[in-house]
Design a protein around this ligand. Sequence first.
Ligand code: SF4
Ligand code: SF4
Length: 141
Amino acid sequence: MKIGAMFGDVFQSMFKRPATERYPFERRPAPENLRGELFFDAAKCVGCALCVKECPSEALELITIDKAAKRFVIRYHVDRCTFCAQCVQNCRFKCLSLSNEKWELASGKKDPFTIYYGRDEDIEFLLAKAARRNLETPSED
Ligand code: SF4
Ligand code: SF4
């Protein structure tokens, strides 16, 4: 390209609307069918574990708190999830859905990539149990 033509392009582009968007300051609504973070409705879950078996990425763990009382917690590993929706399609009780609102999932920390879904008291119980176990395990340092 000749230098004169290049300056012509540069000059014209100064008066054109930018082709890109100023994300994250400007956002468009996400498409309706976009597959973002997985959500779990613990109240509907019967603990059949079909979602766990069908997940190709081993992104789901079903933890039974009380089978008779239908109390289950799902541990969801966001970093393993490929957002394929197999789990959503296989759950016969419509407990699972992929959000088109929560899709900005990047993080520089590990913590946000493990999510517990279930009743608050059940999640607190599990986390307390895990913390106790960590205290009981001698450090290898
Ligand atoms: S498939 Fe549905 S009902 Fe079965 S364990 Fe998973 S979320 Fe619960
Ligand atoms: S969307 Fe796919 S990869 Fe993610 S948890 Fe469900 S089955 Fe697993």
